[in-house]
Ligand binder design. Structure first.
Ligand code: ATP
Ligand code: MG
Length: 586
């Protein structure tokens, strides 16, 4: 079982590789973008040349025709630049959005592939944050800055080369300030990373708290614990505020320090440049153009520092996303699946051992063996917590057993494709699963192509038809989240209708009628008898009146089989079953 912790810090290289793999797939858009960016860089170069030519040539020539030509050229270049900028920003947006959508879909896929155990050890609020705001963090890294970095890099390298050509002494003076920036970056990188990591954790806590309280709102209200929930929320919310302020503070110190280095560069250029102009080795036009070029270095540097900040933030998110993509499900498909046998299907458990903790630590199921012959019904009875539901989860491979064998027609269930296995088993689970949607949505979940006629048929069998037809919206009635608009018994009958529609050869009913009154139960019992008559069935029930007729009754106590037999033979034996029976009917 894999747990989501936030312990390993992923490397920046890994993250960029992960994200840009998806960007690089869009070859055409990328190519057009790079072309546009190259043109933008080239045109940005041309701009200061207009200034230089006007100052050094046109003004001394006093030629108005040349002046208007130069101004016209400058404006035209500006318009073309604007258009190119528009196209590249737009297509960069398209590119990053597509990459992120793909990433999000992949992540959701990886999440769905995890097993029950994974979800038991993770928190929904946390997973939601990973799928939403962590993904958004990656996106803001690519969209806002990262891609314009390509252009900035062009500008940066181009300008650097150019200023070296124009005047290498001044260019060298500018470059000696770069190591200073690097030192500042190294000092702040780890601090910023740590601050964002803390902020992420507190955001996750906040989201878990919200999820936990909003889904149990009735509990809070009936125990009038609103104040408690509020103060707990305020505490995590306050923690998040402090963490975010810390992260912001680190970013806020970082940027002005880098800006300071930029001003240092300007000061150096002005000092050296003024000196060269006085010495007449540099024209005033050259100096003005030079200052413009050096100013052009600042934009890339600033956006680079902003990017470094974002990279640290994205890195925290990437580590969290990575934990999902790296988590490997433990319920695996067989390497060489065998064909699923045709009904009739007989089910057999042979010395099955299972522990939720794995490795037979504190086993929940111990040496359990019993057979359910094809078409027959076996009832599992026993005290609460004895392991009955666990056994059904093992048959469906929600968990894999530690030792022993579970077979269908003598074939190991682990050798079937998971889909084959689960398609042939219909479970009405003790924990009812009701989808937020209409009544119809909930029934056809078992068979999306089912007609309304089929739906009505199973609703009739589950004794729900009268209720549905009495509703103004009928099958289109919304049931609410987790079926909050239905009664307990209605939810149960809806689950039965869904299982009926699945029409699987193996049926497992875990307390399927526990919430029904005797009258309703009798009505449904008929439908269930129809359902189980020809099918291989396991029924679990505390109310022993519902299991009299089972072909076999297996009594489970503390994870072990203590008795097996028919109702009558077990009563005659006067053991554990007889005791359970007397407790109910005395
Ligand atoms: N996901 C889980 N992780 C760890 N332990 C679990 C898990 N689910 C159940 N258990 C434990 O396994 C034991 C058997 O639980 P199970 O649900 O199989 O009992 P049951 O016989 O179905 O009880 P009931 O009649 O109350 O439904 C219990 O002690 C329970 O606490
Ligand atoms: Mg149970």
């Amino acid at each position: 079982m894999q747990q989501l912790k936030l312990e390993n810090k992923a490397s920046t290289k890994e993250m960029l590789h992960f994200v840009f793999n998806r960007v690089l797939k869009q070859k055409w858009i990328l190519a057009v973008n790079i072309l546009a960016l190259t043109l933008i860089t080239a045109l940005q170069f041309v701009m200061p040349q207009f200034e230089k030519t006007i100052i050094d040539k046109v003004i001394p020539m006093k030629d108005l025709r040349w002046l208007s030509l130069m101004i016209g050229g400058l404006l035209l270049t500006a318009v073309v630049l604007g258009l190119l900028n528009y196209f590249s920003s737009y297509y960069m947006g398209v590119m990053s959005q597509s990459a992120i959508t793909e990433l999000r879909d992949d992540l959701y896929h990886d999440l769905l592939a995890q097993d029950t155990a994974f979800f038991e050890s993770s928190k929904t609020g946390d997973l939601m944050v990973r799928l939403t705001s962590d993904i958004n963090n990656l996106q803001s890294m690519i969209s806002a800055n990262m891609l314009s970095m390509i252009g900035n890099l062009f500008t940066f390298v181009g300008v650097l080369v150019f200023i070296f050509i124009v005047n290498w002494q001044m260019a060298l003076a500018v470059t000696v300030t770069f190591p200073l920036m690097f030192v500042i970056y190294r000092v702040f990188r780890d601090r910023i990373h740590a601050a964002y990591k803390a902020a992420r954790l507190s955001q996750t806590k906040m989201s878990n708290q919200m999820q936990n309280t909003l889904t149990q709102i009735d509990l809070i209200k009936s125990y009038t614990n609103e104040d408690l929930a509020q103060s707990e929320f305020n505490a995590v919310s306050e923690q998040n505020r402090q963490d975010m302020i810390k992260a912001t503070q680190n970013g806020a110190i970082f940027s002005p320090l880098i800006d300071g280095v930029n001003y240092l560069q300007v000061a150096i250029i002005l000092a050296l440049g003024a000196y060269f102009v006085m010495q007449k080795t540099l024209t005033v036009g050259d100096l003005v153009a030079y200052l413009t070029y050096v100013a052009m270095l600042q934009a890339p540097i600033q956006s680079f520092t902003r990017l470094l900040n974002q990279i640290q933030q994205a890195l925290v998110s990437y580590s969290r996303i990575n934990e999902i993509t790296q988590a490997k499900p433990t319920i695996l498909e067989p390497a060489h699946p065998v064909a699923f046998p045709k009904a009739p299907l007989g089910l057999k458990l042979d010395q099955v051992n299972f522990s939720y903790l794995g490795d037979n630590k504190m086993p929940t199921i111990k040496d359990v063996s019993f057979t359910v012959p094809a078409g027959k019904t076996t009832a599992l009875v026993g005290h609460s917590g004895s392991g009955k539901s666990t056994i059904t989860k093992l048959i469906d491979r929600m968990y894999d057993i530690d030792s022993g064998r579970i077979t269908i027609n003598d074939l190991n269930i682990g050798d079937f494709r998971l889909e084959d296995l689960r398609r042939h088993i219909a479970i009405v689970s003790q924990d009812l699963f009701i989808l937020d949607g209409t009544l119809r949505d909930n029934v056809v979940y078992a068979k999306p192509e089912a007609t309304d006629q089929e739906v009505h048929e199973v609703l009739r069998l589950a004794d729900l038809e009268a209720f549905v037809t009495s509703l103004p919206a009928g099958l289109d009635t919304q049931v609410g989240e987790r079926g909050v608009k239905l009664s307990g018994g209605q939810k149960q009958r809806l689950s039965i209708a869904r299982a009926l529609l699945k029409n699987a050869p193996i049926v497992i009913l875990d307390e399927a009628t526990a919430s029904l009154d005797n009258e309703a139960e009798k009505q449904i019992q008929h439908a269930l008898d129809n359902l189980t008559e020809t099918r291989t069935t396991i029924v679990i029930a505390h109310r022993l009146s519902t299991v009299y007729n089972a072909d076999q009754i297996v009594v489970i106590d503390d994870g072990q089989v203590v008795e097996k037999g028919t109702h009558q033979s077990l009563l005659d034996k006067n053991g554990a079953y007889a005791k359970l029976y007397q407790a109910q009917f005395d």
